[in-house]
Design a binder for this molecule. Structure first.
Ligand code: SAM
Length: 284
């Protein structure tokens, strides 16, 4: 029997969830013997780290910057991240009464926008693997009076703890880059989408404007770590940001990953010359 893309993505999802539960039971000896550049390794920026250590390294990055995360976003992008997010929100297709999930939602910019779109008859789940980021998000939503239709969930994108076919729209903004097993995360997000629902992936991508790349490289590897040091006292996290962007699949490679996860009618739209791209895919 031939398996559809959706069947294989569900299979991958089941396989992806199993080792995650097991890895918590792994002995220290087993962990320490995993070769950092062997088949069990993944990239963490430009470094190779054992697969079961990447999530912890990523957690340390966001623990370190959570308090200043929003300020740094505004400074680093001179506010343009708000336009990228506004564009993404314009593509959700959400209507009053519907449901949405913001994966790796951090401080909740996309969740806040979607909460307005679905209104009080609908609901939005803001989820993230990192409690520190989610706490900042919860406080911001509270301050803006947007708590009525927003729920919170600490969740790993690779293994989302929601029923199949729960959401009309799933978003992940600047989060997929940090996830260890990206195909598992895409399969997980596909699984929780309702038929007819859509996934939006907003992420740094590959600049396509001629002449932009060298300027962008200098900015990323010199200005960002310097700014990170001044504002958060942590340059390493912003060095990781610059490196992880270079390691992330480009526009076409991400489209291919989305199709493999079972998403259909996949497309992308470059923003700011391809520095960022919004990828969209549907579940039918
Ligand atoms: N979506 C927010 C935004 O656009 O401002 C936050 C993006 S922030 C750059 C990346 C977020 O991904 C962090 O809050 C981090 O905790 C979260 N994250 C990293 N790995 C994750 C995973 N495996 N599952 C869920 N969230 C994850």
């Amino acid at each position: 029997m031939k398996l559809s893309a959706a069947d294989t993505s569900r299979q991958r999802q089941r396989q992806a969830c199993r080792p995650r539960r097991m890895s918590g039971l792994m002995s220290e000896t087993k962990r320490n013997t995993t070769p950092a550049d062997g088949p069990g390794s993944v990239d963490f920026g430009y470094q190779q780290v054992p697969k079961d250590q990447k999530a912890q390294r990523v957690r340390e990055v966001f623990d370190s910057v959570a308090d200043k995360y929003d300020l740094m976003n505004d400074l680093m992008s001179v506010g343009v991240h708000r336009l990228w997010k506004r564009f993404a929100l314009g593509q959700t297709g959400l209507r009053p009464g519907q449901s949405a999930l913001d994966v790796a939602g951090g401080t909740g910019d996309l969740a806040a926008g979607m909460a307005g779109q679905v209104g009080e008859g609908g609901f939005v789940v803001l989820s993230d693997i990192n409690a520190a980021m989610l706490e900042v998000g919860r406080d911001r939503l509270l301050d803006r009076g947007l708590m009525r239709n927003v729920r919170f969930s600490i969740a790993n994108a690779e293994c989302l703890p929601f029923e199949d076919e729960s959401f009309d729209c799933v978003t992940i903004g600047f989060g997929l880059r940090n996830v260890t097993d990206k195909p598992a995360a895409l399969a997980s997000m596909h699984r929780v989408l309702k038929p007819g629902g859509r996934l939006l992936v907003l992420e740094f991508s590959k600049p396509v404007l001629p002449g932009l790349k060298p300027i962008y490289d200098v900015y990323s590897f010199s200005v960002l770590p310097w700014l990170g040091k001044r504002v958060t006292g942590d340059s390493d996290s912003y060095q990781y940001l610059a490196e992880s962007i270079r390691r992330f699949p480009d526009q076409q490679a991400l489209l291919a990953l989305m199709r493999e996860a079972g998403l259909e009618d996949c497309s992308h739209h470059n923003l700011s010359g391809g520095i960022v791209a919004l990828h969209k895919g549907f579940k039918y």
